[in-house]
Design a binder for this molecule. Sequence first.
Ligand SMILES: [Zn+2]
Length: 324
Amino acid sequence: MSDVVAIDLGGTNIRAARVDKNGKILVREKISTHAKEGMAAVVANIAGLVQKVRGPDTVGVGVGTPGVPNHKTGEMLLPAVNIPGSGGFQLTKELTRLTNLPVSADNDGNLAALGESWLGAGKGEPVVIIFTLGTGVGGGLVVDGEVYHGTHNLGTEFGHLSIDYKGRKCGCGNLGCIERYASASAVGRDAREALSAPNAGKSLMLELAGGSIEKVEARTVWDAAGKGDALAIKLADDCCDYLSCAVGSLINSLNPSCVIIGGGMSLAGEPLRSRLQKRIDEGRAFGPIAKDARIKIAILGDDAGILGAARMALNVAEHSVQKS
Ligand SMILES: [Zn+2]
């Protein structure tokens, strides 16, 4: 059976896997990115990794990268932050030259969405939206098994949906972006601010963080909320109130069959999922549309991006077979 090599280019590590048509991971490898050496050196290291994990039946390579590649030409439209020389780099052309295999590339968020829709929480779903809640808020949209790319692959920046026209200033220049309210960073910040207030009462969050307000983060909030801490419950409720505005607006726009919550904060699991679903069902999305849209928690973890990259490479290989 033919297979593909999937690459997940991260700021710290480059992960590679050989993956078969059914999504079974056959071989894995990981090396340090050494991002400071620049994009040309990073891509040469990726080529070395491809040679190491490829097999006799490998038909292509799929690369997930930070930044935004043009998904048709493989040129980096927006640079991968922290990798010098990545802006404008001919990613797929150079890697094809070095490996002699067809190479495709896409943004890592898009590929996480594709991975979850292929084999994860969105399996079998026709229209899948993903919100990833981490340091920031990312997103992706997969329709009938294909990533939605917009005009120049610059869409699905769900973190910059505004939920308040007079709200908090965002790094993108807008006001009230959901990223400033419902990312893991934002929830941690809100908790530390609440605990630092002059009238702050006792909270289990402080105990869980070893008595240090600085160590309180989003995970502390969800842990304490699960144990019944009143302030943590309020913060968890607030997070889902904010999130429901953005998610509800997207549901109304796109009529998805499911919305998957991924990223580090998705480890909060069912308490997060059920809070969000309740708000959607209670009116944050228009009734008939809300009925279609089930909120789910991502299940593939770190493998979502690798499996999405594999699916993309398999799609390219299948299309070229159909053409010939
Ligand atoms: Zn923004």
